[in-house]
Design a protein around this ligand. Sequence first.
Ligand SMILES: [Zn+2]
Ligand SMILES: [Zn+2]
Length: 371
Amino acid sequence: MKMQAAVMTAVSNPLEIREVDLAEPKANEVLVKIKATAVCHSDLNTLIDPTTPIPQVLGHEGAGVVVAIGPNVTTCAPGDEVALSWVPYCGTCAFCRAGKVNLCESAFGPMFAGTLLDGTSRLSMDGGPCYHMSLLSTFAEYTVVPEMSCVRMPKGMDMVSASMIGCGVATGYGAAVRAAKVTAGSSVAVFGIGGVGINAIQGARIAGAAEIIACDIKDDNLETAKKFGATHVVNSREVADPVEEIRQLTEGLGVEYAIDCTGSTAVGRMAWLSARKGATVVVIGAYPADAELKLPAGGFHRLGKILRGSFYGDVNPFDDFPKIARLYMEGRYDLDSLVIKRIRLADINEAFDAFHDPTAKNTGRYIVVFD
Ligand SMILES: [Zn+2]
Ligand SMILES: [Zn+2]
């Protein structure tokens, strides 16, 4: 079929709204009509990356309705409303067998090649090849995606809200609920209040944390954090010693859970030092490939602390996405306040321009809404 899509045609250029051809879903694939798609910083990272196969239809946060299914699809049917996951898992590898489906590597080869799981593309443009982003390519009226990317939403779930679940929301929520396993009545510090951090705050709140300390360098983000459940805020640029500040808020002990969403090893060190003995420290932000994390090692064994990384918030999309949707529908999880602005596909570059504006809010999302 022919459809409109926002296409990356050259590195760092504005996306072009073009007519793109979309082939039928093959085995274990699903044709989805996109209802809403959120614009994430990872879309910008893909746009400025010279290794991105082009032309490519960007977009990896979306929700829509199943229109058709390919052979062997059993988990969804036409008419189902779904939120999309960019980490479809195989179910049979060593990681999947161990229950760590977020660590399944089956999607990464195709992801970097810009194809679907079988190594081929369903997209073409002007008679030539066109590539998929993160197996989803949601900046389009329709998309063909792996069955394991389609997570059925509860009946009545709002599609704009659902469109955000599959990336920053799940990652942040999962960092607190799945990776850190925050317990009721506990103390939590979240470092870096962006699209992931704001949801780590919400995850900690849902888990029943009594004390949630948001740490960031922007007062704007810290004010937003309070609306989402932070009980205390620390502007690490304005206080002399953020670690000391956090200790003072926790009877001199430090927090029981620290979550670093920044991608900065200097902040990772801060998170480690802010955590008390026996605490769990989760690194969810991506450190640069060649970075080294330096921590004081003397007496390390006596601290009994756990330092762990988490990819995709340790979530299982089929378990956690519907849970987040139900929490939203019960009024317990705020997705509405994450929407910065609803725009049309034709105006999608406005969302990319906002990434370059240092004063723009970075906790929420521009959402492209289709009629
Ligand atoms: Zn994203
Ligand atoms: Zn697997």
